[in-house]
Design a protein around this ligand. Structure first.
Ligand code: ACO
Length: 424
């Protein structure tokens, strides 16, 4: 690859303004008029779409869903209300809420044949592997909506938000060898999730409301986050007209990576690896020396360059949970707080604007709730399904939507001829 400074380039970019946030240069006619593309791997300077769902100001630590601050949603709504807001643009009235809850609860059950799929997985399969495959396989059961007609969008969205928790809970039960627990339609969303995870035949389970509320808060805080990697994956796959189950399965696959949703699991693995407070400085030295594969997990964010508002809310929730459970402080928490204290005062992290993100604390809460580490990313996927389906509907309903087809800077061999094998 060669680089040169372009002196003579001239193109009048129309400028587009949103309702909040930076304006964008409209470069849709750039290639046609100049014969050149822009180069932005990782999309750091590229707005890939227009959206009305979520707004983030990373410098100020602001996160709004449909205009509402995340702090208010976390304190004054439940996950089902937030999902309704993401999907339909407004918070529900009492009547709308009741109808939505009832309809969603009735969609929780899986087709009985889906149980057979689980037997095809190894018992030690990661729940995310099972989730990816089984969510994609839902398309084999709902052939009525595969054409993605507008009248089917809402039904597909509701089916996905309602069934992903059931699949995730079955994946967990399968890996620990316990019988599947059918969803209870009478329970609110998070209580039902805890019930499916922790109930056993012969050992009824009633979730503590404070713990259900803590889980619900985690779900609200993870419900959407504008054009992150997994949402962009959903939009990219959806732009081909692929069915909603395949699209959400793509989102789950993207979420699984440790740079994205897999970070909550990686954070706890990192705490284990560090072991105790005295090992923190040595660990941070390895991070700062960029030793291969060593990052401060749960720190840094492409968009937040000051603080992640979700991390602050989770710190408070953690204390509510341990007080309710009467648990002693998890030694991991002391380690986490000390690690955070040292890192945010360290020049390496200050200069790069690296602060704790949502995953730094969410794993500690999930652990206190008794949820095993291997299920952390699956819980994130359950929450993010509301965001994914909202973005999928927004995208597919846009009449100007085009298939996502990025271009490239080619740096490979120039054209050459194939030689007979004996001459190569
Ligand atoms: N630990 C150490 N150094 C870091 C970290 C980190 N966690 N994050 C970024 N950096 C450094 C990079 O090495 C780079 O340094 P340099 O300028 O000397 O080359 C600089 O900060 C910029 O980093 P990028 O990788 O360019 O930042 P990017 O925006 O691409 O990455 C990401 C964001 C992937 C979240 C990154 O910060 C990271 O890997 N964090 C740890 C994983 C994590 O917690 N992910 C969860 C994100 S939140 C979520 O998905 C819900």
């Amino acid at each position: 690859m060669t680089k040169e400074k372009c002196e003579s380039f001239s193109f009048a970019f129309p400028v587009m303004h949103g309702t909040m946030g930076p304006s964008v240069l409209d470069q849709r006619r750039l290639a046609q008029e100049t014969g050149m593309f822009t180069f932005d791997p990782g999309f750091g300077s590229t707005a890939a779409c227009e959206s009305k769902i979520t707004f983030i100001d990373g410098e100020k630590g602001i996160l709004l869903h449909r205009g509402y601050p995340i702090e208010q949603l976390a304190l004054h709504t439940d996950y089902t209300e937030t999902a309704y807001l993401l999907l339909y643009g407004e918070l529900p009235t009492k009547e709308q809420y009741d109808v939505f809850c009832e309809d969603m609860a009735s969609q929780r059950l899986l087709n009985e044949q889906i149980r057979n799929f689980f037997n095809g997985f190894r018992r030690d399969a990661h729940p995310m592997a099972i989730l990816c495959g089984t969510v994609a396989a839902l398309s084999a059961f709902y052939s009525d909506v595969l054409q993605t007609k507008p009248c089917h969008h809402d039904l597909s969205a509701r089916r996905l938000i309602a069934k992903v928790p059931t699949i995730a809970a079955c994946a967990y039960k399968y890996t620990i060898g316990e019988p599947f627990i059918y969803p209870d339609e009478t329970l609110p969303f998070s209580e039902n999730l805890l019930y499916m995870l922790f109930s056993r035949p012969g050992r009824p389970y009633k979730a503590d409301p404070v713990l259900a509320r803590a889980l619900d808060r985690i779900l609200i805080l993870h419900a959407d986050h504008e054009q992150n990697a997994s949402t962009s994956a959903v939009r990219l796959v959806g732009s081909t007209g692929s069915n909603p189950f395949a699209c959400i399965s793509a989102g789950i696959a993207a979420l699984w990576g440790p740079s994205h949703g897999g970070a909550n699991e990686a954070v706890l693995a990192m705490f284990d690896q560090i072991g105790s407070r005295e090992n923190i400085p040595a660990f941070l030295e390895r991070v700062k020396n960029k030793e291969s594969g060593v990052r401060l997990m749960g720190f840094g964010h492409r968009v937040y360059r000051n603080f992640d508002p979700r991390a602050k809310l989770l710190q408070a929730t953690y204390h509510e949970v341990i007080d309710t459970l009467g648990l002693k402080r998890d030694p991991c928490l002391d380690l986490a707080m000390e690690l955070e204290r040292i890192a945010i005062e360290d020049d390496y992290f200050i200069q790069r604007k690296l602060y704790p993100n949502v995953d730094f604390y969410s794993g500690l809460i999930l652990k206190a709730l008794g949820i095993p580490t291997s299920m952390f990313t699956a819980i994130f996927a359950i929450a993010r399904t509301a965001g994914w389906v909202s973005h999928w509907i927004e995208m597919i309903s846009n009449p100007t939507m085009r298939i996502a087809r990025p271009r490239q800077l080619y740096t490979g061999k120039i054209q050459r001829d194939v030689l007979p094998m004996e001459e190569r």
